[in-house]
Design a protein around this ligand. Structure first.
Ligand code: PNS
Length: 164
């Protein structure tokens, strides 16, 4: 089986440089990459699903074989109905492994959808969206952690919560 179209799923609240590194590397390896924002729990996050999608579109606009979408419900159902043959995920550290392995095995059991793991760039192995939100909330420097447009959107969102 060829792995032509893959999905990079996540919450992306917001997209970080670590996510972008995995998306870029996946785009070099596969014909088509769909970055998909999981909408199931999005209402508990900082950014709306639409805002997350719009940031992802902005920061991947130079990658012609990358598109951005959303899904609700099971990821494997999205994969089946969109001709996605494999899920690509980044692994930052051993601490990611157990959870990711469980999901990968369950997704295979549910729908025979494969999961391909890419090791995170060590520059970003400590990076996660929730830490970025926390650092930004308390005025820390996030310039090397997220793409420029995302930093701007975070600052604006935190300056006027509920207004953005
Ligand atoms: O950014 P995250 O938190 O690692 O993203 C997790 C996500 C959205 C990829 C995962 O929670 C997911 O796939 N949710 C959809 C529901 C689903 O398919 N659950 C069964 C997984 S075995």
């Amino acid at each position: 089986m060829r792995v032509g179209r893959v999905a990079c799923p996540g919450s992306f609240d917001p997209v970080t440089n670590g996510h972008l590194d995995i998306i870029r590397r996946a785009a070099l390896l596969h014909d088509e990459v769909i970055v998909v924002v999981g909408a199931n729990l999005a209402k508990h996050g900082l950014f709306t699903v639409e805002e997350r999608v719009s940031m992802l579109e902005e920061v991947t606009s130079d990658l012609p074989n990358v598109s951005v979408g959303t899904f609700r419900g099971l990821l494997v159902d999205f994969c089946r109905s969109n001709g996605v043959s494999a899920i690509v995920k980044g692994l930052r550290a051993v601490s990611d492994f157990e959870y990711e392995m469980e999901m990968a095995q369950m997704n295979y059991r549910l729908a025979q959808i494969e999961t391909l793991f890419m090791t995170a760039n060590p520059l970003y192995s400590f990076l996660r969206s929730s830490l970025v939100r926390e650092i930004a909330t308390y005025g820390g420097d996030i310039t090397s952690l997220v793409p420029g447009p995302v930093e701007k959107r975070l600052r604006a969102k935190l300056a006027a919560p509920g207004q953005d």
